[in-house]
Design a protein around this ligand. Structure first.
Ligand SMILES: Nc1ncnc2c1ncn2[C@@H]1O[C@H](COP(=O)(O)OP(=O)(O)OP(=O)(O)O)[C@@H](O)[C@H]1O
Length: 573
């Protein structure tokens, strides 16, 4: 049974890692002969090890560590059944199976699905700490106040400079926001954005809690000064959108003005806005206050960036996500008002929220809230009459009367439209109505039917850069896009119906809008098939798990969740 290896060590036919006889084993299907029982082989093994290595201590010592099954003490071996040496696996025993690969892929997809469980852990427990160590910090005394830029409900914004910086730096190259409420959240969001998608938002420098003021604590947030104008400022000018073209190209174009040129500029603005939104949404942040006032033109990067993350929600860890809280600008807010269903329990503790975040994200699609607001900005750019507060409020009323159906709104206003409104429709109708198509897929009543930022960027509206007409292939793609969108909507409706059926009396995962829509729908219901029942049961089980986890963590999170992230924020006493 034992052989002697070239090194002089004994090699025994002992399988080290398996207890299951192999088909090639002569013992397969038979009771092991007492002559070759594991115990006897182990004894032989011990004896032969000693004999074979007797005189050559050095060789034995060497083989003790290098050989497989060579002279290793049996106490550390898993001496299983006996097989011939030829049947020993050549690899280290790791077997790749199809179900194993599928399971691993499913786990990886879940961990990387929006908003990203795995990147979230890496960001929170590694990147955040590394950044804290290496980034430069600022103190109250380092800041030289300049002129006031704005004053909102939750803070005052100044243009400032740093006394720490060398004189080569321009004066007033920073912006300071002294914030009270939501300051901590805004620091958290800005730090997250800086690590995940820095180009989406204004360049954040530092944030800390300043306690020396009389008010008993203010959060100081510092950004680089991006530029003088927000999209709102630019849209107020009669020159819009040509003033944006001049900023982006850094020169005034001496070309004839017209719809095509305007359309191209608006398209560029929309693309930049959607890129910024996609960056935020991919990392699990929903802004919740997208409006032209919060989109600033960055002179350095010649692109629009998002500012004011005070109302944002980080769905990856559940920060500032309170389903029934109201802090939205009603002019730009989507009809559902809440980014998560009011029936979804408030955010669980951070680890649970992080683990469940892909499920909750898919159930609620909270990013579509921002998409609706972006759609309204698109409308404002196309129709100058909607750029004023009163114009927008009136439009919102009309749209509500049309059940948030843009096509119905168009039908109602087009026959009696003035030249300005008609010009807006003409602009959106360019290239086979591709702009109108994109707009209607952004401004929809049902969040689930709204296009995502990523899908919007892939929309053919953005393919026609520099072209006045669509090519045959582009038209084909548009048709395909429309067809798939329809299918998607139907599939989503079907799933929502199932989920609604699976008991949402007390707990559920649907927005009021979705439930309302289901109530309104009076389509004949098909008989539930076995497949549907299985899916419904799975969803019921999923909800039960979520509820149980929430309940068990509730007590813990109630005490901690309101303040836990403030530990990350530096303090200056
Ligand atoms: N990084 C920046 N670069 C240049 N200007 C900025 C920057 N950040 C903010 N501003 C200016 O400051 C103004 C106010 O900023 P912000 O919206 O963040 O403050 P706020 O207190 O939340 O205001 P509001 O409540 O009105 O939204 C902006 O409209 C913009 O003009």
């Amino acid at each position: 049974m034992a052989t002697v290896a070239p090194g002089g060590a004994a090699i025994l036919p002992i399988k080290l890692h398996s207890h299951r006889p192999r088909p090639s084993s002569p013992f397969l299907g038979k009771k092991l002969s007492p002559r070759y029982s594991p115990r006897s082989i182990i004894s032989a093994h011990r004896a032969l090890s000693v004999v074979a290595s007797g005189g050559e201590f050095f060789d034995s010592f060497h083989n003790f560590f290098l050989g497989v099954g060579v002279g290793l003490p049996c106490t550390v071996m898993e001496c299983g059944d006996i097989i011939y040496r030829s049947t020993l696996p050549k690899s280290n025993g790791l077997t790749i199976t199809a179900p194993g690969v599928a399971l691993a892929l499913a786990a990886v997809s879940y961990l990387w699905a929006t908003p990203g469980v795995a990147p979230g852990f890496f960001d929170m427990f590694f990147l955040a700490f590394v950044e804290r160590v290496i980034r430069p910090s600022l103190r109250k005394d380092d800041i030289v106040l300049g002129k006031k830029l704005g004053e909102g409900a939750f803070g005052v914004v100044y243009r400032v400079s740093s006394s720490k910086k060398p004189s080569s730096k321009r004066e007033g190259d920073l912006v300071l926001k002294k914030a009270t409420e939501y300051g901590a959240v805004e620091i958290w969001m800005n730090e997250r954005v800086r690590r995940a998608c820095a180009s989406s938002c204004a360049d954040f420098v530092y944030g800390f809690l300043e306690r020396s003021s009389n008010k008993g604590g203010e959060y100081w947030l510092i950004w680089r000064f991006e530029g003088e104008a927000t999209l709102y400022d630019l849209m107020q000018s009669k020159e819009f959108p040509y003033n944006v073209e001049a900023l982006i190209l850094r020169e005034v174009q001496d070309l004839p003005r017209g719809l095509e040129r305007e359309n191209r500029i608006i398209q560029t603005i929309m693309r930049q806005l959607l890129f910024a939104l996609d960056g935020l949404h991919s990392t699990g942040i929903v802004h919740r206050d997208i409006k032209p006032q919060n989109i600033i033109f960055s002179e350095g990067s010649r692109a629009f960036k998002i500012i004011d993350l005070g109302a944002a929600a980080d769905l990856r860890v559940g920060i500032n996500y309170i389903p029934n809280e109201f802090l939205l600008d009603p002019r730009y807010a989507a009809p559902e008002q809440y980014i998560m269903s009011t029936q979804t329990p408030s955010a669980p503790s951070p680890p649970v929220a992080t683990i469940l975040s892909p499920v909750l994200w898919q159930m609620n699609l909270p990013d579509r809230f921002d998409i609706y607001s972006a759609g309204l900005i698109f409308l404002q750019m196309a129709f100058p009459g909607l750029r004023t507060d009163s114009g927008l409020i009136q439009f919102n009323r009309q749209l509500k009367r049309c059940d948030y159906d843009l096509a119905a709104w168009r039908k109602s206003v087009e026959p009696r439209a003035g030249p300005e409104l008609r010009r807006g429709f003409e602009l959106l109708d360019l290239d086979g109505g591709i702009g109108w198509e994109l707009l209607t897929s952004m401004v929809r009543y049902k969040a689930r039917q709204r296009i995502s930022a990523k899908a919007a960027l892939a929309h053919p509206y953005f393919d026609q850069e520099g072209l006045l007409a669509l090519s045959f292939m582009q038209k084909l793609r548009l048709q395909l896009f429309r067809a798939t969108q329809q299918d998607y909507g139907e599939a989503a409706n079907w799933t929502i119906q199932l989920m609604a059926k699976s008991g949402t009396e007390k707990e559920g995962g649907f927005t009021e809008a979705q439930l309302q829509d289901l109530r309104e729908k009076e389509e004949p219901r098909q008989k539930a098939s076995a497949q549907r029942n299985v899916l419904a049961s799975a969803l019921r089980l999923q909800r039960k798990i979520i509820r149980t986890l929430n309940e068990s963590m509730d007590e813990l999170s109630r005490r901690r969740k309101s303040v836990w992230w403030s530990r990350w924020i530096p303090r200056e006493e």
